[in-house]
Design a protein around this ligand. Structure first.
Ligand SMILES: C[S@@+](CC[C@H](N)C(=O)[O-])C[C@H]1O[C@@H](n2cnc3c(N)ncnc32)[C@H](O)[C@@H]1O
Length: 173
C-alpha cells in the first residue's frame, strides 16, 4: 500500500512537499477504510486524485468556489462549485452525499471561512469520522478556532520542515 505522502507527491498536491501531512493522514487511516471523503479546495484536483488512489472504496467529493477548478469524468471523484460561505449549498451537498468519514478544509485558510464550513458541514461528519482544518496561520487563528470548536485539538507539525503554517485543527479520532 502506497503511503498517502507518496500519493500527494505523485498527483502534485503540496500536502507532503511544502507541508508534512502525509504521515498524519496515514496514521489516521491505517486500514484505508473510508467510503466517503469531502475536501474543501479542489484547485488542480491533486489531493482529490490522491484520496481516490489511496482509498480504493471511497467516493471523493470536492468543493471549490472557482468554476475552473471543477473535475469532469474522473472515477469516484465529484466536484461541486460553491463557496463555503453559502450555507444552503453546503447543506444540499451534505444531505445528498453525506455522511463523510473524512472532511478536510483546505480552502481559503481564513478563520471566518473555516468556521462557516465547520458549522455547515459538521452535521454531515459520520459517527467516528474526522474533520481536519489545514494550514492554520499562527497562534491567533489557532486560539480563535480552539475557542470556537472546543472539541477540537491542535496538531502542530511546524518543526518537521520548519513551515510556519503546518498547523492542523482536528475533530474526532
Ligand atoms: C490550497 S487550494 C486547494 C489545494 C488542494 N486541496 C490540493 O491539495 O491539491 C485552495 C482552493 O480553495 C478554493 N477556495 C477559496 N475560497 C473558497 C471558498 N470560500 N469556498 C470554496 N473554495 C474556496 C480556491 O479556489 C482554491 O482552489
Amino acid at each position: 500500500m502506497e503511503s498517502l505522502g507518496t500519493l500527494f507527491d505523485r498527483f502534485g498536491s503540496d500536502k507532503n512537499t511544502w507541508h508534512s501531512y502525509g504521515t498524519f493522514y496515514d496514521d489516521l487511516f491505517p486500514d484505508r477504510q473510508a467510503n466517503s471523503i469531502l475536501e474543501i479546495g479542489v484547485h488542480s484536483g491533486a489531493s482529490l486524485r490522491a484520496w481516490a488512489a489511496g482509498f480504493p472504496s471511497a467516493q471523493v467529493y470536492g468543493i471549490d468556489v472557482n468554476p475552473n477548478a471543477m473535475l469532469v469524468g474522473e472515477e469516484r471523484i465529484t466536484t461541486f462549485c460553491a463557496s463555503v460561505l453559502d450555507a444552503g449549498s453546503l447543506e444540499v451537498i451534505g444531505h445528498e452525499r453525506g455522511p463523510f468519514e473524512l472532511i478536510v478544509d483546505d480552502g481559503s485558510h481564513r478563520v471566518v471561512e473555516m468556521l462557516h464550513a465547520w458549522y455547515s458541514l459538521e452535521p454531515f461528519l459520520s459517527e467516528g469520522g474526522v474533520y481536519v482544518i489545514e494550514d492554520i496561520s499562527g497562534e491567533l487563528d489557532l486560539r480563535l478556532l480552539l475557542r470556537a470548536i472546543p472539541e477540537s485539538r491542535c496538531v502542530d507539525l511546524r518543526s518537521r520542515k520548519n513551515q510556519w503554517d503546518d498547523l492542523l485543527l482536528v475533530v474526532g479520532r
